[in-house]
Every structure is written in C-alpha cells, then in structure tokens.
Design a protein around this ligand. Sequence first.
Ligand code: IMP
Ligand code: MG
Length: 374
Amino acid sequence: MKEIQLHDKKFVPYIDKESIDNAVKKLAGEIKDYAQNEPVVFIVVLKGSYIFAADLAKHYSGEAVFEFYRLKSYEGTGSTGEVKIIVDIDDELVKGKKLIVLEDIVDTGNTLEKIIEELQAKQPESLKIATLFYKPEAYKKDYPIDFIGMEIPNKFIVGYGLDYDELGRNLPEVYRLKENRMIDLILFGPPGAGKGTQAQILKDKLGLTYIATGDLFRHHIKNKTDLGVKAQAYIDRGDLVPDEITIDMIKEIIADPDARGFIFDGFPRTVKQAEVLDQLMADKDLIIDALLSINVPEERLIKRLLERGKTSGRSDDNEETIKHRLDQYHTKTEPVKDYYKAQGKLYEIDGVGSIDEVNQRILDVISNIKLREK
Ligand code: IMP
Ligand code: MG
C-alpha cells in the first residue's frame, strides 16, 4: 500500500484489509447474537455500503433478506447537510420486520437521521443501526448507534466502498486524505537565545507541534520515568543527556500520526543526533525544511541565563553550569549548523531585540521557505 491520487487529491494508506475484515466479522457476530434465530432485513445504504454489505453477508449465518436504499449527501470531501433519497424501498418490504441498517460510515449523522425517519414511517417491528466506520468527533445526533465496526478520527477516508467524488470505492483497503504538508523546523541557538519563548509563539501562530527536549526531560524527571531518572544525573552535572535517551523520547512523539509540523527545540544537539533525526523523519516520509539559528552574543546570553535562574527554579541556571553548557554548545552542538548548512537549510536570525521583533524576523524567514517534497 502506498500513496494514491484520486482526482486532485492525494491519499495515504490508513486501515489495512485485515483490520477491516476483523471489524466486519465482529459486526456479523454481534448482529447474529442480537437477532438470535429470527430473520432480519438488512437495509443496505448505497452506494457506500455495497462492499461492506457483501462481505458481512458472507459472514452472517442467520436468516436474512437484503434490501437496498440509495441516498446522497456528500459532495467532494464535505457533507452538504441535505440528504436526498434516490432509490426508495417499498413499505411492505419493511413493515413488521426486524430491520438492521447497514451504513458504511456515520459522520455528522445527517444521513442516518433521514434514514431513521423514513424507515420508522414504514412501521418496522424494530430498527437497529450498524455502521462499519464511525466518527465520534463528527457525530452531532443523539440517536444511538447499535453496532459499530470501528471508531475513526474525524478524517476523510476512501476505499472499501467509500468514495471521493465517485473514485476510490473499489480499493480493497482504506486510505485517508493526505493533509497539506506543514513546515518541519529546528530552532537552534545557544542556551538563553530565546528558543523556548519563540517556539511557543510559533506553535500558537502556525499550529505546529512543539518538541522541546528540555521540557521532555523535565516531564520525564518529574514523573520519575526510567528515562527521567537516567536523564537527571546528566542534567545536574551540566552534561548533555546521552543520545539514546533523547532519541527514545523524540521517537514517541514523531510516531503520533496526528502530530504534524514539528518545531524541534534543543534537538538535535550533536551531528550524530542530526543524522538520526533525518532518518527518523525519513521513516515517517517527512523531512526537515530548515534550521533557524538564533544568534545572540555570549555576554548577553550569560546575563539572560543568570536572570532566568533567579525566577525559573531550574537547577542548571547558575554561573558554573552556564559556562559549562556554553562550552558544550560550541564544541558539540554548533557543528549541527554546518551539517544543515551543507543541505542548504541554514537560516540565520538576529536574536537581539524584543521578543516580538525576533519573532517577526523568524516569521519573515519562514514565509520565504519553500517546503520540500520528500
Ligand atoms: P453524514 O450524513 O454526515 O453522517 O455522512 C454520511 C455519508 O457521507 C456517508 O454515507 C458517506 O457517503 C459520506 N461520508 C462521510 N464521511 C466520509 C468519508 O470520510 N469518506 C467518504 N465518504 C464519507
Ligand atoms: Mg453512504
């Protein structure tokens, strides 16, 4: 499975055949348990449910009749809110029967509401709803859904009967819409350069995911995780936390499929880490677009860090550790700049000025960066 194109949009693999198959089998079993030995009428909602209904039929061992109902509500990748019946079902086919509606997907619930209204008017004995996919975040109705194959986040999907403007229904697995790529960047500079402050603002303004190794360490240390206990000893000495510890923490975050557009702060700190980061990103089909280096003269840095030490309560903001951290920065971390410079990704930013001034310089630089396609 790999990326595909339907009309103007790209889609990426999302749910494999086996997971779909398991969900369908589970539903068939649950419906059979509910029906006991009584016959049911499956109302197949077209077009989307045709593959789902066919597969469910193969796994359904009880007595069942299949009727087909055709509705339309979606245009492109959004619900229109208005649901039309295109092919209806005769009243006598459902009157007094045990109905099970087979939906491919329940999104806002508009379609479902319309189906329920229409079918109730035909006076069935009972009416239950089964859907293969369900988007709880999008669902706006109160009507309970009796059988759910799989809950999914509020993303647009295609395949296994579901379409994007009629294409994609015949894909045997499910793909999801590929979102526009967001910038992935490294905020770089010596301790005290204002990386954290700037990253926080960028995160809010651009909707990026902020990964600050300092915060990660403090979080792990505070919660006394295994990684945290190990990291503590190094930080107390003003030493760099070993790569494996940092990398494990970073991996965890990049793995989150909903986290996008990363700002790295405090990582990579060594060329070796930079190489690992490039690989981790490549594994997820991502790429670092830029390293923004915030430049501040050394005397100012020391002054700023001592100030921060008075209020931050950070164990590492004292003169001795500050000097040590700056030394480490020059010897181990600065080469990272050259590493990304060689890739044509280095952008230098003057870090002297107010927070807003520096932020504006960063935004100007970002707006001129052309995102790379991996
Ligand atoms: P609802 O009325 O908003 O619940 O949407 C239900 C109908 O919209 C479904 O029967 C589908 O035809 C379509 N739909 C909803 N979400 C998706 C999706 O992610 N991909 C493709 N079609 C969808
Ligand atoms: Mg449908």
